[in-house]
Design a protein around this ligand. Structure first.
Ligand SMILES: *Cc1c(COP(=O)(O)O)cnc(C)c1O
Length: 395
């Protein structure tokens, strides 16, 4: 990048793809490209088999009870929209309540807002305490009108790991189902959906070394059976008559149209790649890097780290306060990001699709460094050196 070694620290936005994943995509299009589930011909059967094996691989990776509980979507956003629509149609009426939290990604806010305005329901928000989630009042927030709680397991801005086990326990104690936005946890921490016991879970393949345009909506079979399809078309039907249409079994009921069967195959290869390293080892490696990065950052007096010292999964957010005649002044994150970019360091700046949290922090945005399994200490060192130079230029 600009003649320098690329230091890619924007993994929370999307990960780079290992060669095996790229090879899988080429191999699939080259050797067995055919539409699935419909063809009598051999190629179609091969493609169908790969797609269904990929579904099983996803179920195994997350320890779902059955592959029927794995619905392929376009991504986390698509999964959450699908759930908000479908769940809303079946279970949400005027005066009901949905609970999300302050630190959610827009894709775990806006679909619920849209549902609430469609159904005249109320969106309630779990507040922050300092720079972490405050769930002390959650039990009081839950009422007989609460229909669903949806929270992120890991914040894509702060990197903090939310106490979802406790939130799930509280929700279930009041008979309320819960959805976990796992877009930022699935790449970094081992997840066992049966132990976690959430009712729904969403994630994106492109943040897990897989292809873009593919994601997962997991739902417990008992819940998915009660939900109407969000989209109509081919694949999702059993029989279509103008007098009325009957729907396909799980999970096909939720998969209208030709699915991304090349993407699902490549995603399964990405999951294999992660499993070969081992999720516990990936988590440990990234937690070390995150801690090391925070240590190095905390030596720079101009840097304010958000949620410093909290357990984090691969994400560090900060801002730079430089000296000026009026005293310490916040340097716009965009300027820090631009100066880092010129030195070959890719970070993200801005509101990270979580404006309510950024407003709460009362800043124009943050600079975010986020790690993947291929990052190492040298990446952190190069990033810190580049940041020191940027601070010098800005002071
Ligand atoms: C990235 C992200 C999303 C949205 O994922 P898409 O792949 O853009 O659909 C949702 N929630 C969190 C926490 C994220 O990090």
């Amino acid at each position: 990048m600009y003649g320098k070694r690329l230091v890619y620290l924007d993994n929370a936005a999307t990960s780079q793809k290992p060669q095996v994943v790229l090879d899988a995509i080429v191999e699939a299009y080259t050797h067995w490209n055919a539409n699935i589930h419909r063809g009598v011909h051999h190629l179609s059967q091969v493609a169908t088999e790969h797609h269904e094996l990929a579904r099983q691989a996803v179920a195994d990776f997350f320890h779902a009870r059955s592959a029927k509980e794995i619905v392929f979507t376009k991504g986390t956003t698509d999964a959450l929209n699908m759930l908000a629509f479908s769940f809303g149609e079946a279970f949400v009426n005027e005066g009901d309540e949905i609970i999300v939290s302050t630190l959610e990604h827009h894709s775990n806010i806006v679909p619920w807002q849209m549902l609430c305005s469609r159904k005249k329901a109320t969106l309630k928000v779990i507040p922050m305490q300092g720079e972490v989630l405050d769930i002390s009042g959650l039990e009081q927030m839950i009422t007989p009108r609460t229909r669903l709680i949806s929270v992120a397991q890991v914040s894509n801005v702060l990197g903090i790991i939310n106490p979802v086990e406790e939130i799930i326990r509280l929700a279930h104690a009041h008979g309320v189902p819960i959805c976990i936005d796992g877009a930022q946890s699935a790449p970094h921490i081992p997840i066992d959906l049966q132990t976690l016991n959430c009712d729904f879970f969403a994630c994106s393949a492109h943040k897990m070394y897989g292809p873009t345009g593919l994601g997962v909506l997991y739902g417990k079979e008992t819940w998915l059976n009660q939900l109407p399809p969000a989209e109509g078309g081919g694949e999702m039907i059993e029989h279509v008559r103008f007098e009325g249409t009957t729907y396909n079994v799980l999970p096909y009921k939720f998969e209208a149209g030709t699915p991304n069967f090349i993407g699902s195959y490549a995603f399964a290869v990405a999951l294999q790649y992660m499993q070969a390293k081992g999720m516990p080892a990936i988590m440990e490696h990234e937690m070390h890097l995150t801690r090391y990065c925070e240590e190095q950052l905390s030596r720079l007096p101009e840097v304010k780290i958000y949620a410093a010292g909290e357990p984090k999964a691969g994400v560090v957010s900060f801002n730079v306060y430089a000296d000026s005649r009026e005293g310490k002044r916040l340097v716009h994150p965009f300027d820090v990001g631009t100066l880092l970019d010129r030195q070959g360091v890719a970070v993200r700046t801005g509101h990270h699709c979580a404006e309510p949290l950024i407003d709460y922090l009362q800043v124009p945005g943050t600079v975010r460094a986020s790690f993947g399994l291929y990052n190492d200490k040298k990446d952190v060192d190069d990033f810190i050196h580049a940041l020191q130079r940027a601070i010098m230029m800005l002071s």
